[in-house]
Design a protein around this ligand. Structure first.
Ligand code: DX5
Ligand code: ZN
Length: 221
């Protein structure tokens, strides 16, 4: 596995020219496209669905697409995202009646599967499903909006999850989402994360390559 992955959140991209903007951020050195799906029900905002994911594939985007589902109910949208070209699908366990079944459903559709834990969501949700997880996403802001500040208590939670991954002996990615910037990414990596979502930190700057290079420099330091 590549040690560190940088996943720009397209929530902060230019939706009027999304294909081009996503192609640019990948050319600037990003590894994964983070695709935020909000339903104005589970979270108080509304974004994009499988049609947009398919449109990115049709445009020629070949990088992995990491679909972060902030929707309730979860299951019925999973086949559509798999068909639309999703590579990874993560969901919030509180939004699913049967998280174990949802994880299986994602895998049956050929995608990597993961749980997302909000800042105040207990790690108990990881009990009994570690064997089915390819990825764990810790939210370092409350979901719904880009541009919020990193919640420092996430660092301790990251350390605890990293320990649980080590104990499991499995190769599970530990992703962090919310308020990741060039000046805190090193600290977040030190706490155990190996995949970094960054929306506003990248898309609000004119030179994506410079921000991503700076992030990698911090990670290598
Ligand atoms: C928030 C989303 C994030 C968001 C991150 O609910 O899941 O992916 O876009 O944005 P920044 O990096 O600006 O905090
Ligand atoms: Zn996200």
């Amino acid at each position: 596995m590549k040690p560190y992955l940088i996943a720009p959140s397209i929530l902060s991209a230019d939706f009027a020219r999304l294909g081009e903007d996503v192609a640019n951020v990948l050319a600037a050195g990003a590894d994964v496209v983070h695709f935020d799906v909000m339903d104005n029900h589970y979270v108080p905002n509304l974004t994009i669905g499988p049609m947009v994911c398919k449109a990115l594939r049709d445009y020629g985007i070949t990088a992995p697409i990491d679909v972060h589902l902030m929707v309730k109910p979860v299951d019925r949208i999973i086949p559509d995202f798999a068909k639309a070209g999703a590579s990874i699908i993560t969901f919030h366990p509180e939004a699913s009646e049967h998280p174990d079944r949802t994880l299986q459903l994602i895998k049956e559709h050929g995608c990597q599967a993961g749980l997302v834990l909000n800042p105040a969501t207990s790690l108990h949700y990881l009990d009994h499903v570690m064997d089915k997880l390819d990825i764990i996403l810790l939210m370092s802001v409350n979901p719904g909006f880009g541009g919020q500040s990193f919640i420092p208590a996430t660092l301790d939670k990251l350390r605890q999850v990293r320990q649980r991954i080590q104990q499991s002996g499995r190769d599970i990615r530990l992703e962090v989402d919310g308020g990741v910037k060039t000046d805190n990414i090193r600290q977040i990596a030190d706490a155990g994360a190996d995949m970094f979502v960054a929306g506003s930190a990248i898309f609000d700057q004119p030179d994506y390559a410079a921000v991503i290079a700076r992030m990698r420099q911090e990670l290598d330091s």
